[in-house]
Design a protein around this ligand. Structure first.
Ligand SMILES: NC(=O)c1ccc[n+]([C@@H]2O[C@H](COP(=O)([O-])OP(=O)(O)OC[C@H]3O[C@@H](n4cnc5c(N)ncnc54)[C@H](OP(=O)(O)O)[C@@H]3O)[C@@H](O)[C@H]2O)c1
Length: 316
C-alpha cells in the first residue's frame, strides 16, 4: 500500500493517477476529504482523514503502508509556516517508523544552502532532515520551486484555482502592489490580452475595459475596476474582485497577502461558477491562456512588491 499525502495539492493530485496506472494500491491522506471531490481517481483510492500536525490521525493512515509520499507544506496558511512544517515532518517521520513504513519519498526544493536561502527554501530543505530524523529511509527529490504552486479544486459547484508564492516583502507592500492593478497601470503581464478580452466584451454588449479605476492608488468596495467590481478590500491583506464582463457563469479573483516568516505569502484565487455546459466549455477552452496570465500575474505582483516605491513626486 502506498500513502500519498498532499493529494489535494498540485504534485500529489498528479502523482495519484500515475501510481494507479502502475497498478499500485493507493491511500491518500487529506485534512478535509471533501476537497478531493471531482477527482477522476477518487473512487479507486482509499481515503484517510488526517493532519500531519496531529499524530493521532497518522497511525491509522499509515497502517500497512510500505512507501509514503510526503508532499505537504503549510505555506498557504502563512504565519510561522517554517516551524509548523518542521514539526509536521518530525511527527510524520516518527509515526512512519512506528507503523513500519519502509521508505518515505519527499519532494523538496532546489537551492544551495551556502548562498543563503529564502525562509521558504530553507524550510523545504530542513523538512527533509526532520523526516529522516526518526530513522525511516527518505528519498528526497529536489525540484525547481520558482513556479507559483497552483492548486485546482472543485467546491460546491465552483472551480477554484489557487496559486501561492512566498514573497520577501511585508504584507503592506504586497497589498499595495495588487491594490494598484488595473486602470492606467494595467495588469502587469499580457496587457494586450486583458484589453482584447475587454474589446470582445464590448462587442457582445458588456461593460468592456473602459471604466478604468476611480483612483490610481485607493480602492473602495463597490468601485468599478476595468471589467471587475471591487467586492471586498481589506488592507493590508485582501482584495476580491467580481467579474462584470459577459460570461457563461460567475467569476471572482481574490488576492491575499498573508504574513509569513521572512515576509509574506501571496495567495491568488480565481473562482468560476460555470453556468451549464457552455460555462464548462468556456473554462476549459480558455484555461491554457488564462493559466499563463494568472501564473505571470502572481510573479509580477510579487516582483512589484519587492521593488522600492519611487518618491511621491516621481509617482505624480
Ligand atoms: N508545485 C511546484 O511547482 C513545486 C515545485 C518544486 C517543489 N515542490 C514541492 O512539492 C511539494 C508539494 O508541493 P505542491 O505544490 O503540490 O503543494 P500544494 O499544491 O500547496 O499542496 C500542499 C498540500 O499540503 C497539504 N497540507 C498542508 N498542511 C497539511 C497538514 N497539516 N496536514 C495534511 N496535509 C496538509 C494540503 O492539503 P489541504 O488541502 O488540506 O490544504 C495540500 O494538499 C512541496 O514540498 C513543494 O516544496 C513543488
Amino acid at each position: 500500500m502506498i500513502l500519498v499525502t498532499g493529494a489535494t495539492g498540485y504534485v500529489g493530485g498528479r502523482l495519484v493517477p500515475r501510481l494507479l496506472a502502475d497498478g499500485r494500491r493507493v491511500r491518500v491522506l487529506a485534512r478535509d476529504p471533501s476537497r478531493l471531490a471531482g477527482r477522476a481517481w477518487l473512487p479507486r483510492v482509499e481515503v484517510a482523514t488526517g493532519d500531519v500536525l496531529d499524530p493521532a490521525t497518522l497511525a491509522p493512515a499509515l497502517g500497512r503502508v510500505s512507501t509514503a509520499y510526503y508532499l505537504v507544506h503549510g505555506m498557504a496558511e502563512g504565519g510561522r509556516f517554517g516551524e509548523r512544517d518542521l514539526a509536521a515532518a518530525e511527527a510524520f517521520g516518527r509515526a512512519a517508523r512506528q507503523a513500519g513504513v519502509e521508505r518515505i519519498v519527499y519532494l523538496g526544493a532546489l537551492g544551495d544552502p551556502a548562498t543563503g536561502l529564502s525562509a521558504h527554501l530553507r524550510s523545504r530543505q530542513e523538512t527533509g532532515e526532520r523526516l529522516r530524523a526518526a530513522g525511516v529511509p527518505v528519498t528526497e527529490l529536489r525540484a525547481e520551486g520558482a513556479a507559483p504552486a497552483v492548486r485546482l479544486s472543485a467546491q460546491e459547484g465552483m472551480i477554484v484555482e489557487r496559486r501561492q508564492l512566498p514573497v520577501p516583502a511585508p504584507p503592506e507592500a504586497l497589498f499595495r502592489s495588487f491594490a494598484g492593478l488595473g486602470g492606467e497601470r494595467g495588469w502587469l503581464y499580457a496587457n494586450w490580452a486583458w484589453r482584447l478580452r475587454g474589446a470582445v466584451d464590448r462587442l457582445v454588449g458588456g461593460v468592456g475595459f473602459r471604466r478604468g479605476r476611480r483612483d490610481r492608488d485607493q480602492l473602495r468596495a463597490g468601485d468599478a475596476l476595468d471589467f471587475w467590481r471591487v467586492e471586498a478590500v481589506e488592507p493590508p491583506s485582501l482584495l476580491r474582485l467580481r467579474a462584470e464582463m459577459k460570461l457563461p457563469g460567475r467569476a471572482w479573483l481574490q488576492l491575499e497577502a498573508r504574513p509569513a516568516q521572512g515576509g509574506s505569502v501571496l495567495v491568488q484565487t480565481a473562482y468560476f461558477a460555470p453556468r451549464g455546459l457552455p460555462g464548462h466549455l468556456y473554462w476549459y477552452a480558455l484555461y491554457p491562456a488564462h493559466a499563463a496570465i494568472f501564473r505571470n500575474l502572481v510573479r509580477r505582483v510579487a516582483e512589484r512588491a519587492r521593488t522600492p516605491r519611487p518618491p511621491a513626486a516621481a509617482r505624480g
